[in-house]
Design a protein around this ligand. Structure first.
Ligand code: 3PG
Length: 325
């Protein structure tokens, strides 16, 4: 008999009192050990078993590991049709993080698997990294040359979700003016309370000294940031990307940066054209070695523990908060 809130729902495997529910952490880029310990406590505390697959290098390792598990916690790991085919008992995948573009939602739904994310849990880490990138750019990579300050400058936040909110607070601490652009504008009272000025995407690039890109990767946003926005920026402008690399139209973005020799670009994941960017832009360009916006112990704990709790809530009580398919 399926237990708790899942009673009566069609499951891929009946979760019965006499079968151990297995939860797999599959992370090519592992969580901090303290986060794994916390996840283990939650999972084992619920009477489930935890299985760990970290730093795997071959797809087959992932496909072997998912064979008999009921639930999977992942980061940017690619969870596509082959995984759903292999994981016959699977009922839920939780992406411990915000962006779930790494999970094939259609295949998940086809296989009757619930997919969730953990929105907001790692956003402070990403916002802090965005500031680290801004500071590295305006202080010339700390190379000894005179730079400029953030105080008094205009920060434009493009895409105003959880990360945008963290960015706005930090920016105000630096004494920056904060502008934002969002598909659905906040209401006037909230704008006032948060001390924000709304403007169109074009105006954001025209008016702000620094623009931070924070939109998710969707069919609408892929390649949406192109060379035209680089050309709109005021003299000495900086663009910081802690969103997905795919939202940039890499070729024309680089072409515009070659024309506008005063504009700088910092990104938390190298573009596909990384070598060309580096060669052409030199110290006007900075890319992290690996996507590391959420690479902090705190972000791993917040997102990892939320993922574990969501799995327990789903399996025991049928709770579907943060379901995305
Ligand atoms: C997210 O979407 O939450 C971030 O990009 C973090 O991704 P990561 O878990 O691969 O670091």
């Amino acid at each position: 008999t399926p237990i708790g809130g899942l009673r009566g729902r069609l499951l891929n495997k009946d979760i019965t009192h006499n079968t151990m529910t297995k939860v797999l952490i599959a992370t090519e880029k592992p969580f901090a050990p303290v986060a794994v310990d916390g996840i283990r406590k939650i999972v084992e505390g619920a009477g489930f078993e935890l299985v760990l697959l970290e730093k795997y290098t071959e797809r087959q390792q992932l496909l072997d590991a998912v064979k008999d598990v009921d639930a999977i916690i992942v980061r940017s790991d690619k969870i596509q049709a082959d995984v759903f085919e292999a994981a016959k008992n699977l009922n839920i995948v939780v992406r411990a993080g915000a962006g779930y573009d790494n999970v094939d939602l259609e295949a998940a739904t086809k296989h009757n698997v619930c997919v969730m994310n953990t929105p907001g849990q790692n956003s402070n880490a990403v916002a802090e990294l965005a500031f680290a990138l801004m500071l590295a750019m305006v202080r010339n990579h700390f190379n000894g040359k005179s730079g400029s300050e953030l105080k008094g400058k205009k920060l434009g936040i493009q895409g105003f979700g959880h990360i945008g909110r963290c960015l706005a607070k930090i920016a105000q601490g630096f004494g920056m003016e904060v502008y934002y652009n969002k598909r659905h504008r906040l209401d006037a009272a909230e704008e006032k309370e948060l001390g924000l000025t709304y403007c169109s995407q074009e105006d954001l690039f025209k008016q702000c000294d620094i623009v931070s890109l924070n939109t998710p990767k969707t069919a609408e946003t892929v390649k949406s940031i192109n060379g035209k926005y680089v050309k709109m920026m005021p003299k000495g402008g900086v663009i910081v990307n802690t969103a997905r690399k795919e939202i940039i139209d890499e070729e024309c973005f680089l072409a515009a940066l070659k024309e506008r020799t005063d504009v700088r670009y910092a990104t938390d994941i190298a573009p596909d054209m990384h070598e060309e960017y580096q060669k052409e832009l030199q110290d006007r360009y900075l890319a992290t070695a690996k996507k590391m916006g959420a690479q902090t112990a705190e972000a791993n704990i917040n997102a990892g523990l939320a993922a574990a709790n969501q799995i327990v809530g789903f399996i025991k009580d049928g709770c579907e908060t943060f379901r995305v398919n």
